[in-house]
Design a protein around this ligand. Sequence first.
Ligand SMILES: [Zn+2]
Length: 213
Amino acid sequence: MTLSTSTLDPAKAVYDQSVPARAPWSHLIKKGQILRIVDAKGQQAVDTLFYSAEKPEERYSAQDTLAEQGSAYVTTGTRLISNAGNLMATVIADTSGDHDTSAGACSCEANTVRFGHQTKYMHACRENFVVALAGHAMSKRDIVSNINFFMNVPVLPNGELAIVDGMSKLGDYVEIRAEMDVICAISNCPQVNNPCNGFNPTPIQILIWDGPA
Ligand SMILES: [Zn+2]
């Protein structure tokens, strides 16, 4: 991982919004603008997707992003690549490190398989994504493999993925510079059946700055 901090001043952000625990969020990020996602309380998984604002059928590709950079995790310097092979955004600051983009988003169906039928009616990230994308004329068929900022997913020696206690601390953040106009969709993960949110989903803070003129 490559940890780095930012010099951007929150007082100069053009957008500054708290996203409640368990809630969806989406916003247009113009080319050159910088998005900061703050893990306000620590240990909060932030499931995140990017779509081309111009043609949303072009969207974030976890597979192309991992192949491009030759690493299993997202951190400072990671180039977020679309399914058309284009650069969508670049991670330019990261105080936490090793963000997952392999484990996907929680769903009611996956919860049922992993944690038992009694969890079927619990809120999940896929439902948040459906709500977030509905505002941009997209639906659940548009949900693809996402980034899990602040989610700790070590690859075990046998190749399996584990979801273990998050490493992010109160106030940790990532910053992402849009390299094209993108719609960013977020699920502030509501999961309480595994440790990805410290068993206690909490709010996050979203800030956006205009890029250098
Ligand atoms: Zn989730």
